[in-house]
Design a protein around this ligand. Structure first.
Ligand SMILES: [Zn+2]
Length: 236
């Protein structure tokens, strides 16, 4: 029976390590996911900023052509001024020219504002491009690391699977069944636990003295009366 308990403990160790290797594999791929997510986000922000710059440039050009049109009109009106004899018409045309000049001045102000906005957006884009380059270097390095770590973890997992197969064959079928049943009933912790100084290491409750004495014989499987785990005696 001592042998069977030892094998159960080994089997349990293998399963614990398998779970931890699987969790590690999961966290490895998550690391890369997070970096890729940041990369996509940054690329989107660069695309948005570039579209914004393009839109501002379009607006700038359209304002520029408005100014040119107004300048042509101003020039034409100024030429017409010389030929007008009627004072009222002359004043009206003067007023029209003034109005056009005011409009152009206001448009120029707006264009300066556009230029400033374009400048700011371009600076932001340059910064983001630099960030993106750094991030892409990080991703490349991380991909290599992840590749190596994944390979190591998967290799270990295979070894553990083989060990598990080998060990499972050495366990009495009924004992294995009991072990699996106890395992499935445990929300947390191990299915096989040592008892040291009469204390169950699954629930940390004392087991009855009579049972503790019997447990030291190692002649049959016993369960902790408190937590229903399989227990074995361990010398203190
Ligand atoms: Zn217990």
């Amino acid at each position: 029976m001592k042998d069977q308990i030892d094998i159960l403990v080994s089997l349990q160790q293998i399963e614990i390590e398998s779970l931890s290797v699987k969790a590690h594999l999961c966290s490895i791929s998550q690391r890369l996911d997070i970096l890729n997510c940041s990369q996509n986000e940054l690329k989107q922000r660069i695309t948005d900023e570039t579209a914004k710059i393009e839109e501002l440039r379009k607006l700038y050009r359209s304002h520029e052509s408005d100014i040119k049109q107004n300048q042509v009109m101003i020039k034409r009106s100024q030429e017409r001024l010389n030929s007008i004899k009627n004072n009222r018409e002359y004043q009206a045309l003067l007023k029209e020219i003034e109005e056009l000049k005011r409009t152009n001045a206001a448009t120029e102000e707006t264009m300066i504002d556009f230029l400033n906005q374009i400048d700011d957006a371009e600076k932001r884009t340059v910064t983001m491009q630099e960030e993106l380059q750094l991030l892409q270097t990080d991703i490349l390095q991380e991909q290599q690391l992840v590749g190596v770590e994944t390979e190591t973890a998967e290799k270990r997992l295979k070894e553990l699977d083989q060990e598990r197969l080998k060990i499972s064959g050495k366990i009495d079928a009924d004992i294995l069944k009991l072990f699996q049943k106890v395992q499935s009933q445990q929300v947390r912790g191990n299915a096989v636990v040592p008892v040291q100084d009469a204390v169950c290491h699954g629930c940390y409750v004392n087991i009855p003295p009579q049972m503790y004495n019997e447990l030291q014989r190692c002649d049959k499987l016993r369960m902790c009366p408190n937590c229903q785990r399989i227990i074995y005696w361990k010398q203190s």
